[in-house]
Design a protein around this ligand. Structure first.
Ligand code: ZN
Ligand code: ZN
Length: 381
């Protein structure tokens, strides 16, 4: 599948999702990029049942979309955006445009000024379309995974006592760029010792020490798509007499529990296919149940309180997108085929350290596929 075919499908899928609304004004730049491939900072889209317009400013010009220009008429904005939108809506005979709820309040007020009470707030329409990836997108995601893994393999020799978290994170990010990513998908996390008990720790000047748990969470990008994975290591060494203080047995135990929780969740996803009903024997699992399949293992081991975040998140053009794999009720429809998401259980024990293991799963036709392949070891050493 080419990017052109992919973009065409995305626009068609959005139109199907739009049922009911005359037109949608898309302002979220990730959504604009998803629909057009445009990667600049000034871009809005208006989509109706038959028209598709891309609004940008003179810096980007009429050819801003390149090939995708065949799908969207490019309009160069003159004057305020809301006036351009109003003018275009008149031309398209749209009286009640919908707009994305995520716009700023200031922009909402401007829309109200030009459209009166006729504007309709819509939430998550493009985001829901984005949750399902096609072959072109999965190809980009695979490229992002490969670059992240290659980068890691290049620097793993540096995970040793005496190296600071920051130095390791920098080396990893440098390797990600060298492997052909324009940027890391997000700032790499390297958290050692008690810092590893903080799920979103930032790398510090702390030196890795014998007996440390070291959590490394990183990702690359490729073709605009992201990867996101985590591995945890138990650093060996330490003097004989002090080994007891390092509480190695407990660290190994939480590693085993997290690994077991993760494999349970992945196995549970697989059951959705073997026992399923519907097309191709497929029956998607609900996010809450997937979360629970891993959380149950952690609770049973007595660490329920130490797993405070959700099990995973969708990933694509952004590191965090739909679907969310959370224990909370709410958006809890069964996962659709074509979704790509992480499975990342963790246990964080203040004063001891933390373990998180994160892999990316593609809910392909017929079976879930784990996209990330780096080994996970038995005790993480
Ligand atoms: Zn991560
Ligand atoms: Zn993640």
């Amino acid at each position: 599948m080419t990017i052109d075919e992919s973009l065409q499908n995305r626009l068609a899928a959005l139109r199907t999702a739009l049922r009911g609304a005359d037109a949608l004004l898309i302002s979220n730049l990730a959504n604009v990029r998803y629909l057009t491939g445009f990667n600049g900072s000034a871009g809005h889209i208006i989509v109706t049942g038959k028209d598709a317009l891309f609004i940008t400013d003179s810096r980007y010009g009429k050819d801003a979309l390149g090939e995708a220009g065949r799908l969207y008429e490019t309009v160069i904005m003159k004057g305020p955006l809301e006036k351009t939108v109003a003018r275009l809506c008149r031309r398209l005979a749209v009286r009640k445009p919908a707009f994305e709820k995520t716009v700023s309040y200031a922009f909402y007020e401007k829309l109200r000024r030009v459209f009166g009470a006729e504007v309709i707030p819509l939430g998550g329409v493009v985001e829901r379309v984005r949750a399902v990836k096609d072959d072109y997108e999965v190809g980009c995601i695979r490229g992002a995974v490969r670059r992240a893994e290659d980068a890691f393999n290049e620097v793993k020799g540096f995970i040793r006592p005496g190296v600071t978290e920051k130095a390791l994170a920098l080396r990893l990010e440098e390797a990600i760029l060298k492997k052909g990513s324009l940027k890391p998908a997000f700032p790499a996390i390297v958290a050692s010792g008690e810092n590893s008990a903080v799920p979103h720790a930032r790398p510090t000047g702390r030196k890795i020490a014998p007996g440390d748990l070291v959590v490394i969470d990183w990702g690359a990008e490729y073709g605009g798509y992201c990867s996101d994975m985590t591995r945890t290591f138990l650093v060996g060494g330490g003097q004989k007499g002090h080994r007891k203080d390092l509480r190695l047995a407990e660290k190994r135990k939480i590693y085993r529990v997290v690994l077991e929780a993760q494999s349970r969740a992945i196995a549970f996803l697989g059951e959705a296919y073997s026992k399923g009903a519907g097309v191709g024997g497929y029956r998607g699992k609900r996010p809450k149940d997937i979360d629970n399949s891993a959380r149950y293992v952690i609770k049973q081991a007595g660490y329920g309180e130490n797993f405070g975040h959700s099990l995973g998140h969708g990933i694509g053009l952004e590191v965090h997108e739909q679907p969310g794999l959370s224990p909370r009720p709410g958006e809890n429809k069964p996962l659709a085929r074509g979704t790509v998401f992480t499975i990342e259980p963790g246990i964080y024990v203040p004063g001891l350290g933390g373990v998180r293991i994160e892999d990316m799963v593609y809910l392909a036709q017929g079976r879930p596929e784990v996209l990330t392949r780096l080994p996970k070891g038995k005790s993480g050493i």
